[in-house]
Design a protein around this ligand. Sequence first.
Ligand SMILES: [Mg+2]
Length: 336
Amino acid sequence: MKVDYLDKFSGTLLGVSIGDTLGHPFEGMLRDRIYSYFEDFKEYMKENKNLFKTYTDDTQLTLHTAEALIQGSGFNENNFVREYVSWLEDPPIGPGFGCISAIQKLKYGIPWKKAASKSGGNGTAMRVSPIGLYYSKDIKSLKNAALKSSVITHSHPAAAAGAIVIARAIAFLIDKSIETSFSIEEFFETIISSISNSQEKIWEDFIEILNRVKDNLNISVETGLIKFSQVGVKSPFFIEDYLGKAFVHPYTLSTVACAIFVFLKNLNSFENCIIQLATAGGDSDTVGAIGGSLAGAYFGLGNIPDYLKNIVKQHKHILKISEQLHLKFREKYKLG
Ligand SMILES: [Mg+2]
């Protein structure tokens, strides 16, 4: 099968921004409450266009990751730091605290080893998809770049694991097509192997969680979200009203588990998939962005309905960056 990589690159980056844009108005809400607003999501979108006017930090930082790769023809620490610092001028929309505090320190010249926050949040998995695309034919470098791109702002091992798993999933999915689908078993084997053989206890926990997701693909989206929304969270500081409900925690392992679960439950259409992701509850924009990267990588731009492309602010700019990254990818692997 011949893959149209430009279609996949564009689908991935646009997938991030669509999921982020659709999830943004629902950030911090229970899934139950979100579903009380509409019966037909498409109608709701049409009637409430003002709610879906912008994407957030997830898309902004994904684009900066892509720019850094383009400038350096691959991972280069200085370019990444410079790009993430330049995000402060965008200015950031709805940033996570761990992420922005680390990047503010980088801005003042503090080396990343000291600047990185201890956060185990989903802020690095949400921006990693360009690394999964660019290094899709070089898995050793993919893991290395995903890890390094994570530790410059988040020192917690959960953040690094989430970034590696999502980058590896993207590399897997861009070579698949909706005509032939893919083996769920192979998908999990591939992403799990990317964080195997580690000394990190949290990486082992993550593998166990991913296996649990695989074993629960027969349950409904709602039940799965209740099951995985706060999976792996050890912090006692969480709003009690949301515990045990469909309300996705910003901890990397919970967000990544939910994004993968909802994506795999909706392999029938990009549209269904992205709507389910963006209405997950809790950190909805980031579930939308991470799951949207997976969905975009699998379905490709050609299978994204126009009305969803057009809802994204500056979507033409995103397509331009996708083209530039794709060009660098062709150069790297001498694809002509
Ligand atoms: Mg966000």
